[in-house]
Design a protein around this ligand. Sequence first.
Ligand code: NA7
Length: 497
Amino acid sequence: MSIDQARNGLRFAVIGAGMAGILAAIRLNQAGERFTLYEKADGLGGTWRENRYPGLTCDVPAHAYTYSFEPYAEWRAFYAKGAEIQTYFERTAEKYGIMPHVRFGAEVVSCVWNESQACWHLGLSSGESTSADVVIAASGVLHHPKMPDIEGLDDFAGTILHSARWRDDVPLDDARVGVVGNGSTGVQIITALHSRAARLVHFQRSPQWIMPVPQFDYSEEEREAFRRDPALIDAIRNNQDYWDSIYRFTQAITDTHGPEIAAIEQLCLDNLENSVRDPALREKLRPDYRAACKRLIYSWCYYDAVQQSNVAVERERIVRVEPEGVRLADGRLQPLDTLILATGFHADRFIRPTRVTGRNGLSLDDAWSVRPTAYYAVTIPGFPNFFMLNGPTGPVGNFSLIDIAERQWAYIDQLLDLLRRGDAETVEPSAQAHAAYEARRIAAAQTTIFGSGCSSWYLDKTGVPASWPWSYQAFAEAMAAPVMADYVLGASTEAAE
Ligand code: NA7
């Protein structure tokens, strides 16, 4: 097989048409590769297609939450709304010509490695099957809604729904609305609904650290300036203050007694003291765990919202849901017409429930029986030519996952070059390299702020923080070049012959 044949011969399957899958598809298209992007839903956008709740906003500045190669002059505000972000992804996918490669309504239910053919066999929910030499799993992290373990949810006489399963017929205007949960989602919903609901109750099991951030609109003149001169956008994206704040943030996560985390805590505490007038409400809203242990909430208007006369913060424990509303531990009933469950997601599924089976019949469920894991968040021993974007143990936090995915793609692309050149037929990390990485990662993760004693979706089921435990710069360095010695290369067909 010549080098050219090797380069043209690979067939790629990308699973998931969200931010990361679109990125992979664009890069594969630019490289002239043969690929199909499988998407179980009828549209692209992933989390931005799925989440449509009022107030949905990305907590990363809009100009930083874009692909590096596709700046966008049209953002209407510093922090963009979900619908705008969805439009951005749709436009970008169109512009880069990937739509003809997307198969919508095509859920991949199984991926099985075929040793003799050295390729993956994919089963679709339609019953069809297909094969690919390389699988890119870009199926997202937060997409399996978590229902709370509260008794009586089915008994509620009004409308009840999870925030990620929004419906346009939900009674909100002049209604009595309850929101359970105060992660980013619950907080954003409260800020959007206080001016619409007759009464709004925010049920909080644990108060949150609220980081004050500026929000402002971009005027039409500013957008016109961005259109004329994309360098203005680059200046925002590459703004040193912005990057310094990210570096400080990851420093804060990893050095739990350092000045960076102390500064974040002080900023949030000052925000609470200065923004909330009523001392009793202030105490209700005061967290009793370390800042950034859960994902920090970035908000410019939450404290304003909860001080409106029609809004109540409820810290009493929920006992059950009854037909008329929510019954609390002290016996009170909060009567409601609508109950919104902003109770988060099962963050440990990744590509599952797709059944992935690697070498020697090893299932991903078995490989992940203790916790989901991947070597440097990208590759898994026993699963050759299988690459994850935003997979387990990758960085999470208040920064752009687009940047994370782009760096991961640059890393994957270097491994793909081995296959393209015909240097190898398969590539996967060695079990030893992965075990050493995971041991180092777990040891470091336990000392991060995420492991400082709070519950959150950042923790795996054993209580260990599931994410990248080192600095942003360390991640950038790791992604710049794979350590090839840590990879096992399967002989290429020609080499074997
Ligand atoms: P999160 O951040 O996982 O928040 C879920 C919230 O729901 C959190 O406040 C939980 O309280 C609360 N919760 C969950 N179960 C219950 C029960 N049974 N009773 C009361 N309260 C409950 O989800 P989000 O959707 O807000 O955000 C997820 C990510 O999406 C976010 O970090 C961004 O990355 C985007 P707890 O804190 O556990 O006491």
